[in-house]
Design a protein around this ligand. Structure first.
Ligand code: ATP
Ligand code: PRP
Length: 205
């Protein structure tokens, strides 16, 4: 049996067509059910649909053999227990520093609102900037407006959310897209099966 962990939310809308083209189809009835382990058209392939941040955790521990998640989530989690095999080129955006103006970054201790705590620490540590992180789980763009932080680190695509909240994109930390990861042990024990599906998916990117 091969288990594939998919991220709920916006990545899923682009993942399902990609999997379908690669030969793995999940019936509407399965998707609309409350089941957490879904059957596919392939007898020995099952799919679990979970929160994006949980995907690397499931794959790291071998609860799923393959996972599809954003590079942002993977960077934040770290590479332990998994190999990144494919850039699926879907859900593309950028992890950026944003603030009301460039001057807001000129602080002895920069207060940053973000859910990307590890990525943010690494980025600012490299240039020796002292920071204080305010961990949020969403709506980061609100933080500078209400005086919670000097700036934010968050995903930016069109820039509309920043603009609507009076912020400007200032520094690009890294480009983001969805990646296919595999559990290191599964890659050894289920090598032929994994390689076959990875190659099918790769041909559809
Ligand atoms: P959760 O609901 O579990 O907290 P979330 O709200 O971060 O997760 P989504 O907003 O669906 O979940 O985002 C999932 C992934 O989609 C992100 O990890 C990122 O890789 C990608 N993503 C998020 N925002 C954008 C965007 N504006 N444009 C393109 N890709 C994005
Ligand atoms: C993401 C991200 C930004 C927004 C950026 O939020 O956290 O807020 O998209 O996209 P834009 O540059 O095209 O405006 P999302 O819509 O996923 O909402 P959430 O993180 O609050 O769930």
């Amino acid at each position: 049996m091969l288990t594939i962990a998919l991220s709920k939310g916006r990545i899923l809308d682009q993942t399902l067509p990609l999997l379908k083209c690669a030969g793995i189809d999940i019936a509407k009835k399965e998707l609309n059910s409350r089941k957490l382990i879904l059957n596919t058209n392939i007898d020995d392939v099952k799919v679990i649909i979970i929160r994006a941040t949980d995907v690397p955790v499931f794959v790291q521990h071998g609860a799923a053999d393959i996972g599809i998640a954003g590079k942002d989530v993977l960077l934040e989690h770290g590479a332990a227990g998994l190999f990144e095999l494919l850039d699926l080129k879907i859900s593309q955006c950028k992890l950026m520093v944003a603030a009301e103006s460039k001057d807001n970054l000129k602080q002895q201790t920069l207060k940053i609102a973000t859910k990307y705590v590890n990525c943010t620490k690494q980025y600012f540590e490299k240039r020796g900037q002292q920071i204080e992180i305010i961990k949020l789980y969403g709506s980061m763009e609100l933080a500078p407006k209400v005086g919670l932080a000097h700036c934010i680190v968050d995903l930016v695509d069109t820039g509309n959310t920043l603009k609507a909240n009076g912020l400007m994109p200032l520094e690009n930390i890294t480009d983001i897209s969805s990646r296919l990861v595999v559990n290191i042990a599964s890659f050894r024990t289920k090598n032929a099966q994994i390689k076959k599906w990875v190659s099918n998916i790769e041909s559809q990117i």
